[in-house]
Unconditional design. Structure first.
Length: 324
C-alpha cells in the first residue's frame, strides 16, 4: 500500500554522525551523533514539518535521536535495515554513501507504509535493558559451562576459575531477575498483563517478560497482525502450478524464539495443545512446523486475553483445558 506522505526525511545513522535528507525540499545536512548534534537535528527538522522521519535500525546508534524526535512530537520511525537495502537495489540505487542512504530512506518512507510507535516509558526502557542484559549473561553462562566440560582433564586452577565465573554469572542473573520482578510489581500495567500472560500454559516469567517488552502491541492488533509482528504468520510461496509449503518470515526474533519455547512447554503440559500438535504430526507436518503452529495459537490466545484484560478461564477457553 502506498503512503500519501508529502514530506519525508531520511536519516542515515553511524556511530559518530547523522546524515539527514529532506526529499521534498531537496535539503541534506550532517549532524554529530551526540546530544548537541541531536538537538541541532531536532531544530533543523521542526520547520520542515515532515510526515515521517525514517531511520534504519542500527543497534543502539539511532536510539537517542529517535527518542529526542519523538519527545518533541515528531514522527520518527525505525525500519528494518534489510528492507531499506532491498528497496535501494529495487530502484537501481547500487551506490552507497551516507548521503545516498539518507536519500534512499526518505524515498522509502514515501513509498512504503510505516507506523509511528509512541515514545516508550522510562519503565519500559529500563525493563528492556534488564531483560536484554539477562539474555547476554545467559549466553555467557552457556559458554562457560561448555568451557568447563571441555576442561575436565585440564588444570585444576583453570577448573576452579571457570567454576567461580559460573557462580558469579548465576548470581548476576538472579539479581537481574529479582530487579525485573520488583519492576513488574511496582507497575500496575505490567503486573496486570504479567498475571494474564502467565496464566497461559507454557508462558513462564521469561516468556511473559519478553512479550511485555518486545511486543507491546499485544492486545491491540488482529490475530493476523500480531502473528506477523512476531514472525509467526505463514506466507504463501506459490508460482504457477507450484504449491509450496507455507513458511514464516521476518518479525521479531526474540518474541518468536520465546514463543517457540512456550510451545515446547505447552505440548508437554496442556492436553489440548498436545492433541493439536499430535494431529498436525499425523497429517505429515514436521515437528518444527507443528511447534510453530502451537506457538501461533499461544500468541493468538495471549492477544485475545490482553485485548479484554480478563483473566484466563480454562473451562471456557478452546485452547487449553488446564494450567500447569
Amino acid at each position: 500500500m502506498s503512503s500519501t506522505f508529502r514530506s519525508v526525511i531520511g536519516v542515515d545513522v553511524s556511530k559518530d554522525s547523522l546524515d539527514a535528507h529532506a526529499r521534498s525540499a531537496n535539503l541534506s545536512k550532517r549532524f554529530a551523533n551526540d546530544p548537541a548534534g541531536i538537538a541541532e537535528l531536532v531544530a533543523w527538522v521542526k520547520p520542515l514539518a515532515p510526515d515521517r522521519i525514517i531511520f534504519e535500525s542500527t543497534g543502539p546508534y539511532q536510539k537517542a535521536a529517535v527518542g529526542a524526535l519523538l519527545a518533541e512530537g515528531l514522527p520518527a520511525v525505525v525500519v528494518n535495515a534489510r528492507q531499506a537495502r532491498d528497496f535501494a537495489k529495487a530502484i537501481g540505487q547500487l551506490a552507497k554513501t551516507d548521503k545516498i542512504d539518507a536519500a534512499v530512506l526518505a524515498h522509502f518512507g514515501e513509498v512504503v507504509q510505516t507506523t509511528v510507535r509512541p515514545l516508550e516509558s522510562k519503565e519500559t526502557l529500563e525493563f528492556r535493558a534488564l531483560l536484554d542484559r539477562r539474555a547476554q549473561l545467559v549466553r555467557m553462562l552457556a559458554t562457560e559451562k561448555n568451557h568447563l566440560h571441555a576442561a575436565q582433564q585440564g588444570s585444576a586452577k583453570v577448573l576452579k576459575n571457570i567454576d567461580r565465573h559460573i557462580d558469579y554469572l548465576k548470581a548476576q542473573i538472579a539479581d537481574l531477575e529479582d530487579r525485573m520482578d520488583r519492576l513488574v510489581e511496582s507497575c500496575e500495567t505490567f503486573r496486570a498483563k504479567d498475571e494474564i500472560l502467565q496464566s497461559i500454559t507454557g508462558i513462564g516469567p521469561q516468556v511473559s517478560r519478553t512479550l511485555l517488552v518486545h511486543l507491546p502491541e499485544l492486545g491491540q492488533r488482529t490475530r493476523q497482525g500480531i502473528a506477523a509482528l512476531a514472525g509467526l504468520a505463514p506466507y504463501a510461496d506459490d508460482s504457477g502450478l507450484k504449491n509450496a509449503p507455507r513458511h514464516i518470515r521476518g518479525g521479531r526474533s526474540k518474541v518468536r524464539v520465546s514463543l517457540y519455547q512456550a510451545a515446547v512447554s505447552a505440548v508437554r503440559h496442556c492436553p489440548r495443545m498436545r492433541g493439536f500438535y499430535a494431529s498436525l504430526k499425523a497429517r505429515g507436518k514436521a515437528s518444527t512446523c507443528a511447534l510453530v503452529a502451537v506457538a501461533r495459537k499461544i500468541l493468538v490466545l495471549a492477544n485475545a486475553l490482553l485485548r479484554t484484560m480478563k483473566p484466563y478461564k480454562p473451562l471456557t477457553n478452546s485452547v487449553c483445558e488446564k494450567n500447569a
